[in-house]
Ligand binder design. Structure first.
Ligand code: GTP
Ligand code: MG
Length: 344
């Protein structure tokens, strides 16, 4: 998946950085190394989930010679326990039943392959539904405004720190807007992340109207020629009408100041909260025009199947996953690495 901010890198980097002076073999080797690295990191991030799945599968298959209804029942339980969701579980089981009756699936490895195929299909479908890819973005517009929303404690601020560094490293000017003025330490916490990533931040004292901070940040971004403005928001709850109104106001101010803004709204979901997180996300989607998901703390749960439930039930692309607390612990979500990591 190509992201808009890549353009800058391509514009400004020399041909040697782009690899134009390298042989095809060298470039292929470089690409393979990058893919391996991504695979390894994903594998590590979903280690807990993989162990849980594989242990259960081994137990299910122990001493069994054939795939019968009893085994499929146990498989169903196992899939549900990974937080993959009921709809996905039924879809996967259907595919397996078909494979068994056609005598294509008779052992554990064929079963794993069938599960991987089915999950990958679901994840790829949701990726295609992304609305915030470069085709819907006017590349001439600056700043590109990226709002980050989600309930308390899911990892919004941390994700913004990681994202800032990533987008900056792609060769863009990044500015952070500290529009979470609700919680006392929020702005300080964001400032630490801004320092870490080496980007600028616009902040005001606690209790300031978030829309006013955003207005300032938009003005600063326009004046400085910032490429990407990333907006932190308070962990607002869907049932608080005033907080919803606040989000509305922020959207209104952005679109008034910068055409089409916010251009992207990322909803952060904490993988550890599983199906609860999914329900919160549904509520959130009613008030914010969410364009993509960041799934954090994938490293902290044995129920990492939640990524599939999100893709299937929210029909939103998972853009990034958080795999730790460090600044580089953010990866572009890659369905294939993810699915391979679950079963290998
Ligand atoms: N293991 C792990 N921890 C994470 C990840 N992302 C965030 N965290 C931790 O989750 C906690 C909450 O993160 P914050 O970024 O403060 O969450 P927030 O959504 O901004 O929270 P509020 O501002 O209170 O709404 C912190 O302790 C982070 O270090 C991740 O991908 N993996
Ligand atoms: Mg925060």
């Amino acid at each position: 998946m190509a992201f808009f901010w890549r353009r800058k890198k391509e514009d400004t980097f020399s041909s040697s950085v782009l690899g134009l002076d390298k042989s095809i073999e060298e470039l292929q080797a470089q690409e393979a190394a990058v893919e391996r690295e991504i695979g390894v990191r994903f594998n590590r991030a979903i280690e807990k989930t993989r162990h849980s799945i594989n242990n259960r599968l081994d137990t299910i298959f122990e001493g069994r010679k054939q795939i019968d209804e009893e085994l499929l029942d146990e498989l169903e339980e196992m899939l549900i326990s990974t937080d993959i969701g009921v709809a996905t579980t039924l879809q996967v089981l259907d595919a397996i039943r078909r494979g068994v009756s056609r005598q294509e699936i008779s052992d554990l490895s064929a079963l794993k392959a069938a599960m991987k195929r089915e999950l990958l299909t679901i994840l790829n479908q949701s990726t295609q539904k992304g609305v915030a890819d470069e085709t819907s973005v006017d590349l001439a517009i600056k700043p590109y405004v990226l709002m980050v929303v989600g309930v308390n404690g899911v990892g919004k601020t941390t994700t913004i720190g990681k994202l800032s560094q990533r987008i900056k490293n792609e060769g863009n000017e990044v500015l952070i807007c500290a529009a979470d003025t609700f919680r006392a330490a929020a702005s300080d916490q964001l400032e630490i992340w801004a320092d870490r990533a080496g980007v600028q931040i616009v902040q005001q004292k606690q209790g300031t109207d978030p829309a006013a901070v955003l207005f300032d940040a938009l003005a600063a971004a326009k004046a400085r020629g910032t490429d990407v403005l990333i907006v932190d928001t308070a962990g607002r709850l869907h049932n608080k009408a005033n907080l919803m109104a606040e989000l509305e106001k922020m959207k209104r101010i952005s679109s008034r100041e910068v055409e089409g803004a916010p251009h992207e709204t990322l909803l952060v979901i904490d993988a550890v909260t599983g199906q609860n997180g999914l329900e919160q996300a549904r509520q959130f989607m009613k008030v914010a025009d969410v364009t993509g998901i960041v799934l954090t703390k994938l490293d902290g749960t044995a129920k990492g199947g939640i990524a599939v439930a999100i893709a299937k039930e929210l029909s939103l692309p998972i853009r990034y996953v958080g795999i730790g607390e460090q600044v580089d612990d953010l990866m572009v979500f890659d369905p294939e690495s993810y699915v391979n990591g679950l079963f290998n």
